[in-house]
Design a protein around this ligand. Sequence first.
Ligand code: DQA
Length: 144
Amino acid sequence: MKKILVINGPNLNMLGKRKEEHYGRLTLDMICDSMTTLASDLDMSLTFVQYNGEGEIIDCIHSGMDYDGLIINAGAYTHYSYAISDALEILSIPKIEVHLSNIHARESFRSQSVIARSCTGQISGFKESSYILALYALRDLLKD
Ligand code: DQA
């Protein structure tokens, strides 16, 4: 069984109350539940964390050494946190950057991801399905 760490950053605890056109209607708990359901079919165990603070996210990424893969939605930190990018760079496991909204089709500041250089790939714009697609990507990347 592959161990996957799923990190959600600032304001993602408020899903369900954020702009539906960008983020959909589901709460973070609902997204985590549908990921857990799929994970059992994919023989994966998921650990979910959500932090609003940059330092907590960095500490959590450091604990990623114990996992086989990582999924991260760093929220707005995506666009300017070199510290999160540097923390991700340390980990040699596959890392998938996810976004509910299409960050390339919104305000110009969102189209830059400073964490993309430290991730295996990016999935953006499929609302809650972005997380589901990330699980399939990790399933393929972690095939023995
Ligand atoms: C987000 C996109 C970011 O620009 C924004 O700050 C978020 C969520 C997304 O999932 O679409 O909080 O990462």
